[in-house]
Ligand binder design. Structure first.
Ligand code: DX5
Ligand code: ZN
Length: 217
């Protein structure tokens, strides 16, 4: 099981420190949410912040682009040090999905595809053999700290049925309870922000360990 803490829930005044903290705490990947204020109603950061994170940690940088025209920025994120780039399948992302995925893979990086809760699962079927990661959004994208949408579990099952070996990420409202449901449905990668960085009682290493123990036993 891969656990990818989401820096969206970290301290925005100390990204480098947060990246080091994730590595020391046993996080497998660092999930980085890029938002453009158009595809989603929020803004975060761009390639220069990814470059700073790259200097701070060796863990793979899992970059989730919630932006329009993602193909325009793929090159810049790769130069900055992104290891995985996930783009969205919705028409609102305004790109040729197959072409963008091919661009990412042609540069030797892992290509991910994501779908939002209202998007029918069928939309990703044509691309299943063109992706390395399939990210199922389990909240509406834009903000951390929202409640998990249980209807998304059927999507995970359906994708798993069609692609037995594909890496499936879940993102949004993931905590030990919802993570267990997602793993039972077929998820292999857990993205989590608030439940790790802002745990009520546990520090980051303990929260990661608790999540891991809960899904692996
Ligand atoms: C939401 C982002 C998520 C976010 C999840 O748009 O894609 O990666 O960080 O945050 P939590 O785990 O707090 O729901
Ligand atoms: Zn994300």
């Amino acid at each position: 099981m891969i656990i990818a803490p989401s820096i969206l829930a970290g301290d925005f005044g100390n990204f480098a420190g947060e990246a080091r903290r994730v590595e020391l705490a046993g996080g497998d990947w660092l999930h980085c949410d890029v938002m453009d204020g158009h595809f989603v109603p929020n803004l975060t950061f761009g390639p220069d912040v990814i470059a700073a994170l790259r200097q701070a940690t060796r863990v793979p940088l899992d970059v989730h682009l919630m932006i329009e025209r993602p193909e325009r920025f793929v090159e810049r994120f790769i130069e900055a040090g992104a290891d995985h780039i996930t783009v969205h399948v919705e028409a609102e992302a305004k790109h040729d999905v197959a072409w963008t995925l091919q661009l990412i893979r042609s540069r030797g990086k892992k290509a991910g595809l994501s779908l939002n809760p209202p998007t029918p699962v069928e939309k990703v079927f044509p691309f299943l053999d063109q992706v390395d990661l399939l990210l199922v959004m389990t909240v509406n994208p834009g903000f951390g700290g929202q409640a998990f949408i249980p209807e998304c579990l059927d999507k995970i099952r359906e994708i798993r049925r069609r692609a037995p070996k594909l890496a499936i990420n879940v993102d949004g409202g993931i905590n030990p309870t919802t993570a267990r449901q997602c793993v039972a449905a077929g998820a292999t990668i857990l993205v989590a922000g608030n439940s790790l960085f802002r745990h009520k009682t546990l520090g980051l290493p303990e929260a990661i360990k608790e999540l891991r123990t809960h899904v692996e036993n």
